[in-house]
Design a protein around this ligand. Structure first.
Ligand SMILES: [Zn+2]
Length: 439
């Protein structure tokens, strides 16, 4: 068993246990066997029957998140700190009772532009920072434990602090939080990264494993402790209903797709992948936007074929500035919906930042606990017909069809998978079940 005060450190990106991790695992190694349902997954440290590794969505952050976990919290079976760590490739997890005694933590704390996430008087709000901080140290533990850990650490106490006003009630319905507005560690980190990286919704994706875990635990409670406790927990905090969330944002959605002057990997040319073709469609009205941009560097030999736009049209395309201006006017105050982060990355590369965004692919991944694949395949699966048009135009029309289908509350058939949906419906968990209810 783990001795009091003993510490270990595990750091990404190698992901492999290091140092004294075997000490932490104690006798767990003996229980590992495929026949033993209580055997632990070495990555998420949960029994293999409830391993959440497959539900993890990795999101890269510019800020390095340094988790400092109180050793008592590391023993709690449902700790979201490890989940957050596994979801963020640019993060570290240290289990420490005496942070100041750890050489690696001392080195982190000494780096410039390092903040401590801890709401307190004088703490800055994420909106006050002009850029994402280099390091964000997050103390994980109950309020009492986190405070005690800080009392033991003059080093962490001295750091500038970042506070957080929760924007939505937490989904943490299993362990009792002291108040409704309290967030699980992973929820707090997702919110603060969204805010400091000015990427609303980007880090919501790391909650996929968390939401799946909460649903599973609630289903377990319902099965083993009777419906009454389940109902009470449900009533106390109804949690997020993804389809309802989509219904709220849909009237303001502008579905967009951006294409790049991307060179095949084997013929890499320098510079960033510049924007070549931009298509958008307003969800409510179907009003469309399209722009073909003149390449600023040599046109990739595969671009015309991939984009479905002739090389001639591309070479005679518009300049960047007027396109972005026209596009910004088209979007207005609305929210751009993308299929993954790529389109916005391209726009950002051209200097267009700060658009409110909604990642439809991330949303579907969360809803169905798996990646939906290509948007054209999703559209084909729901029987939508796509016009003979450039790829970006087809894709925004496909995205619009997918959103419309979701709002009709029908499940999307394959490629999202019969098996996954059947399993979801059976467990009555999540919005997937809700979505199939009225199909
Ligand atoms: Zn696992």
């Amino acid at each position: 068993m783990r001795r009091k005060g003993a510490t270990y450190t595990q750091s990404r990106p190698d992901g492999k246990p290091r140092g004294r991790i075997s000490c932490y695992l104690g006798d767990v190694g003996q229980t590992l066997s495929p026949d033993n349902p209580r055997a632990l997954c070495l990555r998420c440290r949960r029994p293999q029957a409830v391993c959440f590794c497959s539900a993890i969505t990795e999101v890269h952050s510019r800020t390095r998140v340094v988790f400092v976990q109180h050793p008592l919290e590391a023993k709690v079976p449902i700790s979201t700190c490890r989940m957050a760590h596994l979801s963020l490739p640019n993060s570290e997890l240290h289990v420490e009772l005496e942070p100041d005694a750890s050489a690696s933590l001392r080195a982190r704390a000494a780096e410039p532009d390092t903040y401590l996430l801890f709401p307190s008087e004088g703490a800055k709000q994420p909106s006050e920072l002009s850029a994402p901080p280099r390091n964000l140290i997050v103390v994980d533990g109950t309020w009492d434990n986190a405070r005690k850990l800080l009392l033991r650490s003059p080093m962490l106490s001295r750091l500038p602090r970042l506070g957080l006003k929760p924007v939505a009630p937490g989904n943490y319905r299993i362990r009792k939080e002291p108040a409704e507005h309290c967030l699980a560690t992973i929820e707090a980190v997702a919110q603060v990264l969204d805010a400091v990286e000015r990427a609303p919704g980007r880090f919501t994706k790391i909650l996929s494993a968390f939401d799946a875990m909460v649903e599973r635990q609630l289903a377990f409670i319902a099965a083993h402790q009777g419906a009454s406790r389940y109902q009470r927990l449900r009533r106390r905090n109804p949690g997020r209903s993804p389809v309802e969330r989509l219904r709220e944002v849909a009237p303001k959605l502008v579905l967009i797709f951006a294409e790049a002057n991307a060179w095949p990997r084997t013929l890499e040319v320098g510079g960033y992948a510049e924007l070549l073709h931009l298509a958008a469609i307003r969800f409510e009205t179907g009003e469309q936007f399209e722009a073909v941009l003149k390449p600023r560097r040599e046109l990739s030999p595969v671009a015309a074929g991939h984009l479905g736009v002739s090389a001639e049209a591309l070479l005679n395309g518009e300049e960047v500035a007027p396109v972005l201006e026209r596009f910004s006017r088209f979007v207005g105050d609305d929210t751009v919906a993308t299929w993954g982060p790529y389109s916005l990355d391209l726009l950002r590369g051209e200097g267009l930042e700060g658009l409110p965004r909604f990642d439809l692919r991330g949303f579907l991944t969360q809803l169905f606990s798996r990646r939906p694949g290509a948007v054209e395949d999703c559209a084909a699966a729901i029987g939508a017909t796509l016009p003979d048009a450039p790829r970006a135009v087809r894709r925004v029309i496909a995205m619009r069809a997918v959103v419309a289908e979701l709002l009709r509350r029908k499940p999307i058939p394959s490629p999202l998978g019969e098996g996954a949906r059947a399993a979801k419906s059976k467990s009555r968990s999540g919005a997937a079940a809700e979505a199939s209810e009225t199909a």
